[in-house]
Structure formats: structure tokens, C-alpha cells
Design a protein around this ligand. Sequence first.
Ligand SMILES: [Zn+2]
Length: 381
Amino acid sequence: MSAKNIILITLDGFRKDKIGLCPSLKSIKENSYYFSEMNTNVPYTFAAHHLIFSGMYPSRNGVDGYYKMFNFKKDEITTLAQLLKENNYYTVSETLDESVLPRQGFDEYNLFDEKTVNLKKRHVELIKRLSKKEKFFAFLHFTDTHLHYVREIVQKYEKSENDDEYYKLKKENNDKYEACTPLADDYIAEIKNALDENGLSENTLLIIISDHGTGLGEKHGEKFYGVFVYENTINIFCIMHIPGKSPRIITKQCSTIDLYSTIAELAEAKIGKKSEIQGESLLHLIENPSAENRVVFVETGGLYGPWPSPEKHNIFCVKMDGKKLIYNDTPQSWEFYDLKNDPNEENNIYEENSKVIANLKKQLLKHLKENNIKTKLINFR
Ligand SMILES: [Zn+2]
């Protein structure tokens, strides 16, 4: 790799369909590898990050429920930060709370108060400081868009009796959300500047993702994210800027479980033989246009919503070739969508006798079994 340093930025809750509103972000996207069909395997903040940093699905890494935020199996897992540290990277994490990602492997694990912090200023200073290091990895959590949107909404809808109103106000919600997007774009512009000013642009790999999307009222029962597994919250994006590489849009389906192996490969860091890393490096998708789509599995268990389940995940889906099968464990119901013809998932066309559905069901059951995920389905086998 021509880059030696690595910066991974999470734009928390940033929707893929809003990149076009952000000139700086759009410009980086257009000059990078852009994974347009990246998915998060678990659409809420801390489970999403534990998955990325462990390269393991939630049931394997321990963080498989909202109340399991501190159950990370740290003694059994070499985190991405640890792997990079072992490969002579100076490692820094910038986030708002210890629950977001595991501390292990970071030389610096810095917390900020999202209510008072100026992230632009803070991270520009950090980049300046890191430019003196031999080689560094920095995880930067950008929380402003998320904070401002949630604050607007939480204040308005904190009483559950006016919940329904939220779903009627899709346009207003969308306008409010869009009003927050310049925060992210200004931040990205500053980071880009800081890389230029500190002579890091030519030797730093910059990866920008979101950890999940944000519902704007599209799906009744989900005010923000984490409740369901519909596209507006799981279909995220990944911008990978590798200096010297020509831009390309990668439309193959993939998911965040693959980021560990991808970043390891880019860093030329060998993953130990005994490691149980579950993803696969995505570099072959870039180099080989005829590569297959990766099968994507997503799971969640919301804190609120129609079937709250903070102790264990209760909603699962499998995505393959533009088709998506969802299993809701609490009511034991199935949904099936043809994403090409119905991208907003409005027509559930599940039927018992479909071969396509049977095949997806088989894949999903295999995934649940391999990962020891307990659902009511197990009883049916
Ligand atoms: Zn988040």
C-alpha cells in the first residue's frame, strides 16, 4: 500500500442518500473507492463498532444486545487496534463513551463530551500531533449530526403518546435531518485540510463510513435506528481513499464484518492463524469486477419499537442478489422483499412455497446455527 497511516472516520447515523448534499464529502467520494452497497451487520452504534473492531458477529464477540454493551469477550479477541499496534502503528481512538468500542489495542483511548466538544478543532489538532508519529491509526467518531437530529426529535417526541405524529412528518423530519448535514461536511473539509497541511495526504488511507442510517419516519415503530433491519438504517456506505488509486464505484454487496480483514490487508498486517475473524477482505471486489456479491446478515434488538429486546437480538435478515428475507423472532413472522423493484420495502411478498425464499431461509438458519444464535426457529429444525 502506498499509504502508511490509516484514519477511520465514523459519521454516526449519516444517511447514504445525503452525501450529495455535502460538497466536501462528495468530492472525496468521487476521488476514492466507493462501496455503494456496504451494509452494517448490526444497526446501532456500539454493537456496530464492536463488530468492526473484532471482525466477528455479535454473538461471537459478546456484544449481542443493547444491555450487553460491556460483555465484549476481550480476552479471546485480537481487536483491529491491537493487530495494528502489533504492526507498529501508533493507535488512537476518539469517541464519546467507553461503550462505543473496545479500549484494547489503543495507545490513546480518548473520550470527549459530545455536548461541549468542538470536534473539528480537536481532531485537526490531533492530526497535527499524529503527523509527528512514524505511522499511526486513528479512529475518529463524528457524532454531531446524530446529536443534533436526535436532540431535535427527542425533545419533541419524548412523550410516547405523540409518537405516531413522527411518522406522519416524514418531510419535516427529512428537512431537519438535512439541516444537520453541513456539520458533517464542514468536519470532513477540515480533516481533509489538516491532512494536506500536515503533509499526510499522500501517505494516509482515509476510510469514511456510517455505523447505521437514520430512520426519518419511513417505517412505523422506528424513530431513529436499531429497531428494524430495513434498508434506510442498514444500507450504509464506505468511502475508501487510497492515495494514488483511481476512483471506482464498487456496487458489489458487502458488509462491515469485512472491514477488519480489508484494513488488515491494506496495512499488510497478518491476521494470526488461530484468529476467528469472520469477514473477508474486500480488495478482491475492487480488483475483480466479476466477483460475487457477499451474502449479508444483519441482526438487531431494539430498546423501543414494537418488539423491544435489549437482552438479545430478535430481528434478523439475509440479503442476496437484490432479495431480502427478514425474520422477526418475537412474533415469529417473515418478510420478503425484492429490493430491485421495491427499494423502500413496501410490499412484503413472502410466501411459503418460493424456492428463492427457501434458499435464503437455509442460509439464514445456517448463519444462526454457526454463530450459536438462539431463536425460536431452533425448535423447528
Ligand atoms: Zn451510531
